[in-house]
Design a protein. Structure first.
Length: 134
């Protein structure tokens, strides 16, 4: 599924299989997928994404987010929000944050690496059962 949106759009996407790619301006992105990659090549204010088997990649979050994957990597680029929770059962977590990021960033994985920039005012809580935290 490839979607290009206008400004201030709210998207609710639910799929069983197949990749999802979102382009354009999005206010709120809600995704629930059983299998497939989720790629958002834009900045969103709020992201709530759940993927059973597939990677999640978002190019920017300016507000809040909850990202969950049972088996896949989760990558957030240009995070400037106030609260972000990332959970992965078997997959790496990577977050690049900006100086505007604040609040709390929580990242948990059972079997994966966590790579988060810890500079600035944001509090980072990171836990990995069998992987490194950088």
């Amino acid at each position: 599924v490839h979607i290009t949106t206008g400004e201030d759009m709210k998207l609710d996407l639910n799929t069983r299989t197949g990749d999802i790619q979102v382009n354009g301006k999005v206010d709120t992105l809600n995704v629930d997928t059983s299998g497939g990659y989720v790629t958002c090549k834009t900045t969103v204010r709020e992201a709530n994404i759940k993927s059973m088997t597939g990677d999640i990649e978002i190019h920017g979050i300016t507000g809040t987010g909850m990202l969950r994957s049972s088996a896949g990597y989760i990558t957030v680029r240009s995070y400037s929000g106030s609260q972000l929770t990332i959970e992965s059962t078997t997959g790496d977590i990577s977050v690049e944050k900006t100086d505007q990021a604040s609040g709390v960033l929580k990242a948990v994985t059972s079997a994966g690496f966590i790579d988060i920039d810890r500079s600035g005012d944001m509090r980072v809580d990171a836990k990995s059962t069998t992987g490194d935290i950088r």
